[in-house]
Design a protein around this ligand. Structure first.
Ligand code: AMP
Length: 127
């Protein structure tokens, strides 16, 4: 089920549970501000999710309330993961869904990193 981009933070969401160590994740990077792990249902040969450690629902929420250090830490982590996974040569795509129309399923800000094959057009032609 998709979530509203304006909803308040739900501490029971699956990424909050990963951050608390309640459920496992295949981690690829962790630092003070961010965690990156493989998506459980990959849509490309490389499909990694990068999340901030703070309680933010969406990019709009994060950019409004996060500190400069949290924002810098998160953005740097995304780039670091792309570099460390060797994605720069073949290329990669970043995607952050927010709200119902984007089909956001997990109400904790996350950036998808897709890579490993030609990724096709940016948006499906669905009506
Ligand atoms: P979104 O639709 O942008 O909210 O994407 C949520 C993503 O989280 C989907 O690609 C799911 O496959 C992924 N996901 C859900 N639960 C887990 C989990 N426990 N570990 C890793 N990825 C997950």
């Amino acid at each position: 089920m998709s979530v509203s981009a304006r909803q308040s933070y739900d501490d029971a969401n699956v990424f909050a549970r990963i951050l608390r160590g309640e459920i496992p994740a295949r981690k690829v990077h962790e630092d003070e501000w961010s965690l990156a792990f493989h998506d459980i249902n990959p849509q490309a040969p490389v499909h990694v999710l990068v999340i901030p450690k703070g309680r933010y629902v969406s990019f709009a929420d994060f950019s409004e309330r996060a500190s400069e250090a949290e924002i810098a830490g998160f953005i740097r982590a995304i780039g670091k993961v792309a570099r460390e996974l060797g994605l720069e040569d073949g290329g990669y795509r970043l995607l952050a869904n927010a709200g119902v129309h984007a089909h956001q399923e997990v109400p904790h800000l996350h950036v998808h990193i897709f890579a490993g094959r030609p990724l096709g057009p940016m948006l499906a032609r669905a009506g």
